[in-house]
Design a protein around this ligand. Sequence first.
Ligand code: MG
Length: 256
Amino acid sequence: MVGVGITLFNSPREQAALRRAGRAAAGTLAHVSARLAAGVTTAEIDRWVREDTARRRGTPSQLGYQGFPAAVCTSRNHVVCHGIPRRDEALAPGDIVNVDVTTCLDGFHGDTSATFLVGDPGPEARHVVDVARRCRDAGIAVVRSGARLGDVGAAVEALARREGCSVVRDFGGHGIGRVMHAPPHVAHHGTRGTGLRLHAGMVFTIEPMVNLGGAEVRVLADGWTVVTADGSLSAQFEHTVLVTRDGYEVLTERGE
Ligand code: MG
């Protein structure tokens, strides 16, 4: 028993398609990162994502998803995730901003995000960004066939705590493949040795949201934008990962 609703992608053809989608998403994220600067609006980021995704013959998976009005999520400073790009929101020196790109290519999805520094943010902002990246990588590092989802959450949470940060519990990673969001839910907290057992061919995201203050969040009146309840800074990094027999393959590592 693999788990209810969980698809295994073990054929070379499916895995090749997942790699292509993952690389397209990573490539679009790199395209954005090369252009980010103070003064850029989050609406411009949305336009770049639409243009670059189209150039790769993909479509932005987020556009219209459950009514989401943009092609990308842009989450600045105390915004945890699902920020909506706006024409009146310009990046300012010292900001941190997460850009979350999901691309659908030939029927498969790839999902990746990174938090970027704008100008020269202070030490606290740099710290939360650094910890979020390391938390993602710590979660990925324990992935292999036979490991448990609780191992992933425990690894992420332990590092965040050690660094004086907290991990958001209300949102997590997700299975992905022929749809953007599928089972399993991937919590970024947990207990080692518990939870779903991983099998080769599973594909899911690891995307911890790490806060400088408390883990509590709230959703703004637009129904999408998630912010830290205490107004503290939040950072996030995300990769799409394929479980293999002896480890993992990151599908969104390198853009092309
Ligand atoms: Mg995701």
